[in-house]
Write a protein that binds this ligand. Structure first.
Ligand code: UGA
Length: 433
């Protein structure tokens, strides 16, 4: 099929490349000239494992092109809208201006029978509103909502081989067109749920709200473990053996961040309140509060470890992205902790395999190094905040030899406390005895 993908960020760049890889003829469109220049040159504008390979192969096939000119969407039959919906500057709600602008700019280029497919995460009710906009300006075109569930770090795999496909449609022709787009994925056995707009929109936010709730649940247990001497990691293992509960997303630590979970639960609460059903998801405010308290907890542990005052002490922050295998520092708990400790007067040195440029752009006041050893050398405290494999594999004896004082806060509960204590470390985890 001929496909356009509007928005070439973390979602759209992967989607465009993956669709071309699946055999479609794809044009990726973005207003950011620098990003489009990089993509055209086969260079992923952000770190995502496997993206460079799929991008190069799709470009070489001749089936993938990139442009800043929305007029090149003309001729495609399916138009994916994959722009961001960040938190609004002045409220907890989602900022829909990019989605609205993308759809509006597309309208003059829509042909009869074209399908506009929303991929962005939006408040329930958006698809119905945009379907009205499309119907008014291009009466022969259709709209569908097809939420995306990819995880950063696994985005290529999740796009080509997702857990499920969800179509929010108002027309059987839209379903048939999406089936053609995803023919290969469907033939691989991926389940597909065909539903209305509102359900499709809600599936996405409900899934992220559930994941956020699961993380905050275990972090709440960590808070209780901290005052009782229990160990939250063993607790998670034990309850996780119950297949109804499951062990995944029960890793207690500094909590969730990124461009999705935090803003999605806030936007969900804001939308529910608009709908007069705020009480139904009021618990998500507590989920958010528990999550933010974990960052306070890590900062408090650091202050405590440094004898009450971090001033003048060197602190090595290991990891700055919101999770490993990504360069994304949006709402990163690690960056937040680093900034807080810097604000308390510590000499904070941040290291990370992929996230330094993004972090430096946001917080130039911090010191950054690519070398883990350099961050740790003569440090009074190390804080492991993002569980990159290179940090979880660190040898405690070697680290002890580098630091001025062997103290570590394991803010992701990924280290073996016994091994670190044996190497002379004052070790603290979160919710771990
Ligand atoms: C999340 C969802 O998992 C995706 O399904 C969804 O498509 C995406 O948001 C989105 O809406 O676009 P992502 O933001 O890439 O994906 O990251 P996750 O893997 O969900 O992790 C989110 C945060 O939770 C990270 O900061 C991670 O460190 C934290 N986390 C995760 C925990 O603190 N504990 C856990 O047990 C699991």
């Amino acid at each position: 099929m001929k496909i356009s993908v509007i928005g070439c960020g973390y979602l759209g760049a992967v989607h465009a490349s993956a669709m071309a890889e699946l055999g479609h003829e794809v044009v990726g469109i973005d207003v950011d000239e620098e990003k489009i220049g990089q993509l055209r040159a086969g260079k992923a504008p952000f770190f995502e494992p496997g993206l460079t390979e799929v991008l190069s192969s799709a470009l070489a096939s001749g089936r993938l092109t990139f442009t800043t000119d929305i007029a090149h969407a003309a001729g495609a039959q399916v138009h994916f809208v994959a722009v961001g919906t960040p938190q609004a500057r002045d409220s907890q709600a989602a900022d829909l201006s990019y989605v609205d602008a993308a759809v509006t700019s597309l309208l003059p280029h829509l042909g009869a029978g074209d399908l506009v497919v929303g991929k962005s995460t939006v408040p329930v009710g958006t698809a119905a509103r945009l379907a009205g906009v499309v119907a008014e300006h291009a009466p022969d075109a259709m709209l569908a909502w097809n939420p995306e569930f990819l995880r950063e770090g696994f985005a290529v795999r999740d796009t080509i081989d997702p857990d499920r496909l969800v179509y929010g449609v108002a027309d059987d022709r839209a379903t048939a067109m999406l089936d053609e787009v995803y023919a290969q994925t469907i033939s691989n056995g991926t389940p597909r749920v065909v539903t209305d707009y509102a359900t499709a929109e809600l599936v996405k936010v409900a899934a992220n709200a559930f994941l956020a709730t699961k993380i905050s649940f275990i972090n709440a247990m960590a808070e209780i473990a901290e005052v009782t001497g229990a160990d939250v990691t063993q607790l998670a293992d034990a309850i996780g053996h119950d297949t109804r509960i499951g062990r995944r997303f029960l890793n207690a630590g500094v909590g969730f961040g990124g461009g999705c979970l935090p803003k999605d639960i806030r936007a969900f609460v804001a939308r529910a309140e608009e709908l007069g059903r705020g009480e139904s998801v009021a618990f998500l405010k507590e989920v958010d509060a528990i999550n933010m308290r974990r960052r306070d907890r890590v900062a408090d542990l650091a202050i405590e470890a440094l004898g009450g005052s971090p001033f003048g002490h060197k602190v090595a922050v290991l990891g700055v992205t919101f999770k490993p295998h990504s360069d994304d520092v949006r709402d990163s708990p690690a960056l937040d902790v680093a900034v807080r400790l810097k604000g308390l007067g510590a000499d904070v040195v941040v290291t990370d395999p992929e996230g330094l440029d993004n972090a430096r752009g946001r917080h130039p006041q911090l010191l950054y190094t690519e070398m883990t050893e350099e961050a740790l050398r003569f440090a009074d405290l190390a804080v492991l905040v993002t569980e990159w494999p290179e940090y979880t594999a660190l040898d405690p004896k070697a680290v002890a030899g580098l630091m001025r004082t062997p103290r570590i806060i394991d803010a992701r509960n990924v280290l073996d406390p016994a091994a670190w204590r044996e190497a002379g470390f004052a070790y603290s985890g979160l919710g771990r005895n």
